[in-house]
Design a binder for this molecule. Structure first.
Ligand SMILES: *Cc1c(COP(=O)(O)O)cnc(C)c1O
Length: 479
């Protein structure tokens, strides 16, 4: 399997293998990597995968899917990496992504029983093992530098802790994460994990990361990398749970299902798009946004308009508070018939100069819902509270704020004959304040997180300045 950039001209012959793009971020032309084509899953293969999932489990299913896209890691090594990643010990249950039946034709797929209680663990845990494997093979090291306001940073740290050849330098705005999130990250005592509380806001953290990455000499010398959501390996790992959800909700391949996905950077639902392109019988992909409705606006109107920071709201589903959806370019590439020149004009030029582009008059956009199954909707703080409350009253369990956004839109979009699977992306304990607001009581806390706020913390406070961070990286690398 070869990979190309979403901004590559049709005449370009530039192609890469999986392990080449694994440690890279954007393609050199600013585009995102995608496979040259989507492997097609026949009815017979899907039936065989049912058996694999039911008899051998999630890790074996992951191997079947990943091996279609990764042909530069020997099969037995890849199988071992999957087996080491998707264990009941790490993900809390043998099914890894169990379905919870909510109502007639309505399910919630649990994706957040990993180490940080958010779905990002599903991909990040695999990435940690792939990185360790590939760095050892090359005899290289990597210094991951990131900025986080919560979920991504902790998922990255829990995936990379103790991994050989990798250090993580994670900046976060001092005092702005919830006590639970701070405790999750700062209690890690692993020598290769560096928590840096920056005296500033999240944008200051991001600016520092950008400044370091733009210093090309420093970046090369200290092998600076990232683990952001545009990484193809992360997206690929997420394709697996669409298959696992489908297999659990159906008995035959003649049945279709729909998925509702709480969306921010469009990584999660883009994995659903890939699964559908491979032939998984998905009827609809329901994109649910919060008040930051860039994506809902696009699917309703054909206009993609990125927001400035003044128009980006801080909401009670904070992991979806985005001003632009960094993975969206992948879908647009497929939508426009894989015309990289046009994608480059839209994302490389129009967005930079006008902050928007408009596909409303394009017949390809008009066919988007029918051809690709996308529909969308939006959920607000009041909707979130109401959905958390009604779910608890009617069904007796708590859902987190992001999952509530998806469930709200799922209920609007579902049809009687197609089962709907709502992807649960975090556990309620991570967003306790809103749960208390909705239900007047604290969310349940998994036993292994009892008392984590009292654990010793390993974090260093730094000024919002590039120089001390560079100095820290250089000192720890020792070269
Ligand atoms: C990251 C995240 C999302 C958004 O996922 P995208 O892949 O960015 O669309 C939704 N919910 C939670 C809890 C998250 O951490």
């Amino acid at each position: 399997m070869n990979y190309l950039s979403t901004r590559a001209a049709a005449s370009s012959l530039e192609r890469k293998r999986f392990c080449e793009i694994l440690l890279e971020g954007l393609a050199p032309d600013g585009g995102l990597y995608l496979p040259e084509s989507y492997p097609q899953v026949s009815d017979a293969t899907l039936s065989q995968w049912r058996q694999v999932y039911h008899q051998q489990g999630y890790a074996a299913l992951a191997f079947e899917i990943l091996s279609l896209y990764i042909d530069d890691i020997p099969a037995e090594d890849l199988r071992a990496i999957c087996a080491k990643t998707y264990t009941a010990e790490v993900f809390g249950t043998g099914e890894i992504v169990p379905l919870r039946h909510v109502d007639e034709g309505l399910w919630i797929e649990a994706l957040s029983n990993g180490p940080t209680l958010a779905f990002k663990d599903m991909a990040m845990q695999l990435l940690g093992n792939l990185f360790e494997y590939e760095l050892a093979r090359r005899g290289e090291e990597l210094n991951i530098l990131g900025a986080t306001s919560g979920d991504t940073g902790s998922a990255a740290e829990y995936a990379m802790r103790g991994k050989k050849g990798v250090r993580v330098f994670m900046t976060s705005p001092h005092g702005r994460m919830s006590p639970f999130q701070q405790a999750q990250m700062f209690s890690l005592q692993d020598a290769n994990i560096y928590n840096i509380a920056v005296d500033g806001v999240f944008d200051d953290c991001q600016d520092i990361v950008k400044a370091v990455s733009n210093d090309l000499e420093f970046k090369r010398k200290y092998k600076i990398g990232t683990v952001n959501s545009i990484n193809w390996a992360r997206l690929l790992a997420q394709v697996v749970y669409y298959f696992a959800g489908y297999i659990q909700a159906t008995e035959t391949n003649l049945q279709k299902v729909s998925f509702a996905v709480p969306s921010g950077n469009f990584g999660n639902v883009c994995a659903g798009h890939v699964a559908r392109m491979m032939g998984l019988p998905i009827e609809k992909l329901v994109v649910a946004t919060n008040e930051n409705d860039v994506l809902d606006e696009f699917f309703r109107t054909g206009v993609y308009r990125v927001r400035g920071s003044a128009d980006t709201f801080e909401t009670s589903s904070p992991s979806m508070d985005i001003s632009k959806a960094s993975n969206f370019e992948r879908f647009v590439f497929d939508l426009l018939g894989r015309d990289g020149t046009r994608v480059k004009a839209l994302f490389g030029q129009a967005l930079n100069t006008e902050g928007r582009f408009d596909l409303s008059a394009d017949p390809l956009f008009v066919q988007a819902a029918a051809r690709y199954g996308f529909v969308s909707g939006k959920s607000t703080h009041a909707d979130r509270l109401a959905t958390i409350r009604s779910t608890f009253e009617q069904h007796g369990f708590m859902i987190d704020t992001h999952t509530a956004d998806a469930l709200k839109v799922a209920l609007e979009k579902r049809t009687p004959d197609t089962p709907m699977i709502v992807l649960e992306t975090a556990l309620p304990i991570k967003f306790a304040a809103t749960i208390v607001e909705a239900l007047g009581r604290e969310p349940e806390r998994p036993a292994r997180f009892e008392g984590i706020e009292a654990l010793p913390k390993r974090v260093q406070l730094m000024a919002a300045d590039v120089a001390p961070i560079k100095a820290l990286i250089a000192r720890e690398c020792g070269y």
